[in-house]
Design a protein around this ligand. Sequence first.
Ligand code: KG4
Ligand code: ZN
Length: 340
Amino acid sequence: MRILGIETSCDETGVALVDERDGLLAHSVYSQASLHADYGGVVPELASRDHIRKTLPLIHQIMSDSATGPQDITGVAYTAGPGLMGALLVGASIARSLAWAWRIPALGVHHMEGHLVAPMLEDHAPEPPFVALLISGGHTLLVKVPAYGRYELLGESLDDAVGEAFDKTAKLLGLEYPGGPLLAELATKGQPDRFQFPRPMTNRPGLDFSFSGLKTFVANTVSKQAKDPQTRADIALAFEQAVIDTLTIKCRRALDHTGLNTLVVAGGVSANQQLRIALRKMADDLNAEVFYPRPIFCTDNGAMIAYAGLLRLMTGQADDLSIQAKPRWSLMDLPQISPK
Ligand code: KG4
Ligand code: ZN
């Protein structure tokens, strides 16, 4: 099979072609970040309008880059949720209509399943069973994955997602949206140990997270301190360290509880270099292995959606002619992937 993948759930238009035998053939991501930066966050109406402009030209581009004609494509996968309703509808409508015109199956994919399978696009791919830490702008999930398509919730954020906490903290420090990568950059100039921030919910049992208190702690610190560049960098580092420690403690606990020795980390925040270093060290201590997507496939992209669609379309799973868009949709509600 050869699958066209389309991602439009938030502020990235991502498209890709993934082949069952030859792997990733072509992909392209257009980020709307600069469009939303003036507003300090994603403006849903602007996001939808931009997806409308960009999606078909990007599909045309990857098809010509990989010398793929419509007759070579055997299925279309698109992000059906969770995400912004208007943005989802753009990708879903285009995907469903192309599949109808080309007389091939279409499938609405869960965005977080896309993130979860992104490390499978690498040469050295993880094999279930494993524990997955999914950390994006909208979600923080720790799940046990006995097989692709079977997800057991171990823990989740009770309030802000990790990426959201990075973005809000970055805003407090005067950085542009999306601030996560900019905060990480600023933290490289910070001096360690000047500020100590809490590691929320780590000193009691359980695998849930809470990041909104940490953000408030930063807000209070920012308001009391001078706003010189060094202080801002020191605060950025203390925040990043608190988040990394918290995630590392919970991942270690999840591996201990499940008795598994493979950890998969995906979603936008998994691009964070210091987090990768800390999780790798923790995994080494436990004799466990940790897998990440390459940085471009940590954040939203079409390749992960094409791949997640391929896994399901290969087993004969497909949607009817209705256009699927579910702004809220639990990963735990997905049907299993059963071999054909
Ligand atoms: O997965 P993603 O592209 O979109 C969602 O599904 O939400 O994740 C985006 C999030 C944003 O909050 C962004 O600030 C964060 O990932 N992010 C990072 C880094 N790169 C992206 N956070 C911390 N460090 C980074 N290097
Ligand atoms: Zn995402």
